[in-house]
Design a protein around this ligand. Structure first.
Ligand code: GTP
Ligand code: MG
Length: 208
């Protein structure tokens, strides 16, 4: 996939700010600090389009990035970088407000073509990841599970970890699972293939 244009559009703290142009959207979900923004930068071959940080809980809004692929096969779409969940250092009230915002987004967004559920390959899918996966499946959302930070493990260990992760989610009807690394580019082609498939099969709902 070659990208002709990628731009940050809006950081939305409430539903009224979500774009209304009805372009398809691909959501990036995962625990705080798992590597969502880094994955986005790697996919777009941009260093700092999405802000990354060593401080967990950095992304507090939904950040929309408009992507225009080269050619006419894939039409323009949005990547939506969601705030990370599962970060202990924030207040209960703040956590509830994030949760409300994200749930609102999934329920309201009729243009969601799919979700990337991003986990750390070293930790696998923990309880909060499983909760999200079950929820995405209940919404019949095409979902690809991405085990990132693969560079942190040796080739042998990453294969074994990936096997364990797959065994743990074998009963879930996911679109696919794959390994990724923002550091060494592992999984780059495969992830674009899955995103293209989501965008190809997505049918825009009629305006009622
Ligand atoms: P929040 O927005 O706070 O939820 O975090 P995030 O999920 O967007 O994570 P972010 O991309 O900011 O990355 C968090 C940290 O992990 C940064 O220090 C990144 O450099 C590092 N990181 C992300 N992806 C990878 C990877 O594939 N390999 C390695 N080695 N480090 C990574
Ligand atoms: Mg982020």
């Amino acid at each position: 996939m070659k990208i002709a244009h990628a731009e940050f559009v809006i950081s939305a703290a409430q539903a009224a700010q979500f774009p209304k142009d009805r372009l398809p959207q691909i959501a990036l979900c995962g625990r705080s600090n798992v590597g969502k923004s880094s994955l986005l930068n790697t996919l777009l071959r941009r260093k700092n389009l999405a802000r990354t940080s060593n401080t967990p809980g950095k992304t507090r809004q939904l950040n929309f990035y408009l992507i225009k692929p080269e050619g006419h096969v894939i039409k323009p779409f949005y990547f939506v970088d969601l705030p990370g969940y599962g970060y202990a250092q924030v207040s209960q009230a703040e956590r509830e407000s994030w949760r409300g915002l994200i749930e609102n987004y999934f329920k309201q967004s009729s243009c969601l073509a799919g979700a990337l559920s991003i986990i750390d390959i070293r930790h696998g899918a923990v309880a909060s990841d499983m909760e999200l996966l079950h929820w995405l499946i209940s919404l019949q959302m095409p979902t690809t599970l991405v085990a990132t930070k693969a560079d942190k493990l040796s080739n042998k260990n990453r294969a074994e970890k990936f096997r364990q992760i797959n065994a743990g989610i074998a009963t879930l009807p996911l679109q696919s699972t794959l390994m990724f690394s923002a550091e060494d580019g592992s999984g780059f082609q495969e992830l674009w293939k899955q995103i293209s498939a989501m965008l190809h099969t997505f049918k825009k709902p009629e305006i009622s």
